[in-house]
Ligand binder design. Sequence first.
Ligand code: SAM
Length: 92
Amino acid sequence: LGCGLDTRIFRVDPPPWVDWFDIDYPEVIELRRKLYPSRDHYHLIASSVTEPGWLADVPRNRLAIVVAEGLTPYLPADEGLRLLSRLVSHLA
Ligand SMILES: C[S@@+](CC[C@H](N)C(=O)[O-])C[C@H]1O[C@@H](n2cnc3c(N)ncnc32)[C@H](O)[C@@H]1O
């Protein structure tokens, strides 16, 4: 969440049974698309994390690791808590 230009997807190089979702504001995702190659099972979501709709693109009830490095300082506390609550409800 709030992936910025982080290259973790390429450094971790997850196996094909892992679906990986990176989300950030549309202008950041547009820049990522220009700079980095696409790959199978890798999904970019162009949205604010505070918009509830983006989770519809993420499968429900799959085991998940959520990484939000450097994101929470940008979120008002109530938005951050709502985000965590939506994630816990959506994911296994
Ligand atoms: C300090 S950078 C960290 C980037 C990356 N996680 C890293 O560790 O290199 C914070 C990132 O959070 C994103 N961000 C801040 N608020 C956001 C929001 N409401 N929705 C989506 N992304 C957000 C910014 O656009 C920026 O890319």
